[in-house]
Design a protein around this ligand. Sequence first.
Ligand code: NOJ
Length: 533
Amino acid sequence: MMEQQYLWWQKEVIYQIYPRSFQDSTGDGVGDLKGIISRLDYLQWLGIKAVWLSPIYPSPMADFGYDVSDYCGIHPLFGTMEDFDELLQEIHKRGMKLILDLVPNHSSNEHPWFLESKSSRDNPKRDWYIWKDAAEDGGEPNNWLSVFGGSGWEWDEHTQQYYYHAFLKEQPDLNWRNPEVQEAMMGVMRFWLEKGVDGFRVDVIYHIIKDDKFRDNPPNPDYKPSMSTYEQQLASYSTDQPEVHDIVKMMRNLLNQYDERLLIGEIYLPIHRLVTYYGNELDGAHLPFNFVLINIDWNATKIASVINEYEGALPEGGWPNWVIGNHDQPRITSRVGNEQAKIAAMLLLTLRGTPTMYYGDELGMRDVPIPQDEVQDPQGLNMPDLDLSRDPARTPMQWNDSENAGFTEGKPWLRLAKNYKRVNVAKQKDDEYSMLSYYKRLIELRQQEPALHVGAFEPVFTNSSIISYIRKHEQTQFLVILNLSHKPCKFAPEHHHYKGTVVLATDPEQEGSTLDKTIALAGDEGLIVQLDA
Ligand code: NOJ
């Protein structure tokens, strides 16, 4: 039998860097490209083979770079195009890959395209954005809301029409039904692909096409006042339209003209909708980001069932992926607690599929409380009573115990965690029991063992506080056992007699222990057991 070939992005771990917060090299308090270059050796040491950067393009920063005013440039805050070229070269030199964030659903309102579009109704770029007349009563064209609060429509006095923005009014949505827009964005992608970037993480790819009749969105029957105002509705007509798949395919076709470039889609949808983004013929995104572990209660039974649901829903040949944190979500350590954070890491790094991790999670960095008068995130500022600010998960990386944790010599743009003198890379590197050492070992084992990076997945049913499964490649089998509770428990499946040795554990003291039908776990304990051949 021919040995199946796997691609780099199937085997490796993706690491997300939020460039503002990783490493500052200039003393302005904001991270930059040169800073990232100086930390590549760290990432290599950790075993990272692919880096995804949140946007680094010129931007007025209304949404911290997700409002792009030049798709083919570098924001001076982050450096120059020469710095970018150097970064790409340094990344490739280390055998690593670079994935850029692409934000095609909307531009900044200061992008020259929008400035032209709003200049007059007969401007050639008028139709590049979504302009609509007022409703008969003079109100908004329909009831669509903005994700960041309030209406999705903004009135333009000058041309007497509304434009649609799914996010801030400073982020007008592009009209992807217009072939000129499609061509322009393909040009942007080509620009970066020619430079040699290895792929894109496409921002809110499922938003790109809207209902052509602009029908009202229906109310959300499950809405509760603690949710964001956007969630009052189901975005049935403003997102996930059938025609979106033509656009995803168009992007994929472009990437296919190059070798092994990766298309990731940012998609917050239920599993059965999410998997449609692989494309009917696997001609869509390589990896529609799977966020099920982000939204789910931290409960073994629920998680085990959602893993199976996802595995079962994947189209044949569709490659799975898992995410436990990003710059829009509370950090995993804050969500599940310090004790369970190691369990989350073991889950992420042993499930079948490409894992994406978020900078700082490898240290157990936690959400940092940001005083109201220091809040930067527009989502936090626009809905102050709902505790939706994303700043707490975006604080500077904790490198060492020097002032500002070695992140900057200036004043950091967001305050640091108070615990940085204890919780930092330098300290944890030297401590074999630290979170960082644990992550490094997990990544190493995952890389060394085909069973863990490309092996088959088989659920194992046992006690309700445990998630358990086998990863298997040829003769090698690993049994993963995760105790999601704080209490001790026993792994004792009724119908199987598993035998093996613990090779990696949340508490290294367990390593070398043997499993012979049953094994006892401490609270919050996770084990990787190599089964006897
Ligand atoms: C998703 C991004 O991850 C988020 O940070 C951003 O605010 C919105 N898309 C709008 O671009």
